[in-house]
Design a protein around this ligand. Structure first.
Ligand SMILES: C[S@@+](CC[C@H](N)C(=O)[O-])C[C@H]1O[C@@H](n2cnc3c(N)ncnc32)[C@H](O)[C@@H]1O
Length: 279
């Protein structure tokens, strides 16, 4: 089933007119692909879908969740975690507190990666961890912190690269056991994050399109990775402005491997790879 741009706009307008969600500044390509999948999964045509969206609030909430892409990993893209470990986080080691916001945290793997890293660096106690996403199902999964094992076997490789090895000194090897942070159960096929990590983050629903700072805090570090890739340039810039407003001077914004800041806002940051320091 191939949808026209007009049909996608019809969907966007229906959502916008019947809820607080607004996908009008999401990139059309990914939105179209997701919407096509939703129609197939629900065995519906667009008109039937639109009619149900207008009359059934729970259905609308479900479709909004299905529109979002929630793919994530523990220590996704290990290079950026190595940069955080050896280049960025040490700058905050002398601070009394460090406030970190994971914007678009999905099912929580990024949040737990950060806490594991902070713990290894002796900085976890002084950290306040805030994590938000649009998708409340993803947030519930994040709070549970239980992931499939076999499907996610790559997590262990990522963990080794970031926690055990030092890319700047191959002689160094930290023999940290996985058990310290999560329990692997091959029978139930699960990786379960240990309780002491699950207690710490403040998970909240937050829509980056609406803006605003739901935590009423300023941040030393904001991670927003693999989220703005689904946004049009105009929305990307709004979100960068939001992050700029809520970062301390010298605080860092970290984007995903395939995301870049463009335009006038770049003059307010110093770019270092995927990390942007607020001037
Ligand atoms: C691909 S995941 C990225 C997860 C993690 N940051 C990572 O890099 O592995 C993108 C997440 O952005 C969330 N998202 C999409 N639109 C959003 C919005 N307007 N406000 C907040 N989160 C949003 C999705 O629900 C999804 O969980």
């Amino acid at each position: 089933m191939v949808l026209t741009d007009q049909e996608v706009n019809y969907f966007i307008n229906t959502i916008r007119n019947t809820s607080s969600y607004d996908f009008s500044e999401y990139s059309e390509k990914s939105l179209k692909r997701r919407l096509q999948k939703i129609l197939i999964d629900n065995n519906m045509d667009l008109v039937a879908l639109i009619n149900k969206l207008k009359t059934n609030k729970d259905f609308l909430e479900k479709i909004v969740k299905d529109i979002t892409v929630n793919t994530t990993e523990l220590f996704r893209d290990p290079q950026i975690w190595q940069t955080l470990r050896y280049r960025i986080l040490p700058k905050f080691s002398g601070n009394r507190n460090i406030n970190i916001w994971h914007a678009g945290c999905s099912t929580g793997q990024e949040v737990y990666s950060m806490m594991i890293l902070l713990n290894e660096m002796g900085m976890l106690d002084k950290a306040k961890i805030f994590a938000s996403d649009l998708n409340t199902d993803a947030l519930e999964a994040a709070k549970k912190g239980i992931y499939k094992y076999r499907f996610n076997i790559g997590y262990l490789d990522n963990f080794d690269k970031v926690i055990k090895e030092n890319p700047y000194n191959y002689d160094e090897y930290n023999d940290v056991s996985y058990d310290k942070y999560f329990k692997i159960d091959k029978v139930t096929d699960t990786i379960a994050i240990n309780d002491f990590l699950k207690k710490k983050p403040i998970f909240r629903q937050h829509d980056l399109v609406q803006g605003g700072n739901l935590y009423f805090a300023k941040f030393d570090l904001i991670l927003c990775r693999n989220v703005i890739i689904y946004f049009k340039y105009s929305l990307q810039n709004k979100v960068f402005k939001l992050f700029h407003d809520h970062l301390y001077t010298n605080g860092y914004l970290v984007l995903g491997m395939h995301e870049t800041m463009l335009g006038e806002i770049t003059s307010r940051f110093e770019k270092k790879g995927q990390a942007y320091r607020k001037k």
